[in-house]
Design a protein around this ligand. Structure first.
Ligand code: FMN
Length: 207
């Protein structure tokens, strides 16, 4: 038997992943959820500080509780933006339905406690930016780890807009800064691939 070609495998995983937003009403085995998080933690981070923490939610009551808390803040924000009440209601209830429909939710938070300390604010800000950047690597690794197991996922930015609400609703430690929410579940349908810019359009310099 020949060993699988790692380049082909990786390419297939990366190119075949989709943001899955509608799920079947089917739970994900806990072992799979933990295995996904276990793989995600191998993402690179500045000085290997691993400035991330997870909150894993599977209980419907807890997902609902988080959904209600975030919806309250989002409703206030959209109303203050001047959006008509029906439009606010439509957007917020669609988002709540997404949380309800997911078999599991992972909240990814930034933890700054182990970052290097600098005497000047410029380098300190760069250190924090690095930590935030590494969260992106973590989430992408998580998405791929789910996809490799046949589990769909979608990265949602909602916690970024209301980190205090998420900490409060889930009783998370106060030193965590929620940055992302990932819904997980078995896809109800295969979403179409979204176009990418051609490589030539991305090469600002190719010397
Ligand atoms: C930082 C970030 C935030 C995102 N936030 C949301 C979101 O709040 N809701 C959503 O439906 N998709 C969200 N997405 C998913 C993107 O819309 C999606 O990755 C993009 O359209 C490409 O589609 P694909 O993932 O299926 O290739 C987010 C993606 C990233 C990287």
């Amino acid at each position: 038997m020949t060993a699988p070609d790692p380049v082909a495998l990786l390419d297939e995983l990366v190119r075949g992943r989709r943001s899955v937003r509608r799920y079947l009403p089917r739970p994900i085995p806990r072992a799979d959820l933990l295995a996904i998080l276990d793989t995600a933690r191998w993402a690179p981070s500045p000085h290997n500080t691993q400035p991330w923490r997870f909150a894993l939610l599977t209980r419907p009551e807890l997902k609902e509780h988080l959904g209600v808390a975030m919806a309250r803040r989002w409703t206030a924000d959209l109303t203050a933006d001047g959006l008509p009440p029906e439009a606010v209601e439509a957007q917020v209830s669609r988002s709540r339905q997404r949380l309800r429909g997911a078999a599991a939710i992972v909240i990814v938070s930034l933890y700054l406690g182990d970052l290097d300390q600098y005497p000047d604010p410029t380098r300190q800000a760069a250190e924090q930016t690095m930590a935030t950047q590494s969260l992106g690597a973590l989430v992408q690794t998580l998405l791929l780890a789910a996809h490799a197991r046949g589990i769909g996922a979608c990265w949602m930015c909602a916690p970024l807009f209301c980190p205090d609400v998420v900490v409060e609703a889930l009783h998370l430690p106060r030193d965590l800064i929620p940055q992302a929410l990932v819904t997980l579940g078995y896809a109800a349908a295969e979403p179409p691939a979204r176009e990418r810019l051609p490589l030539a359009a991305l090469l600002a310099l190719d010397d």
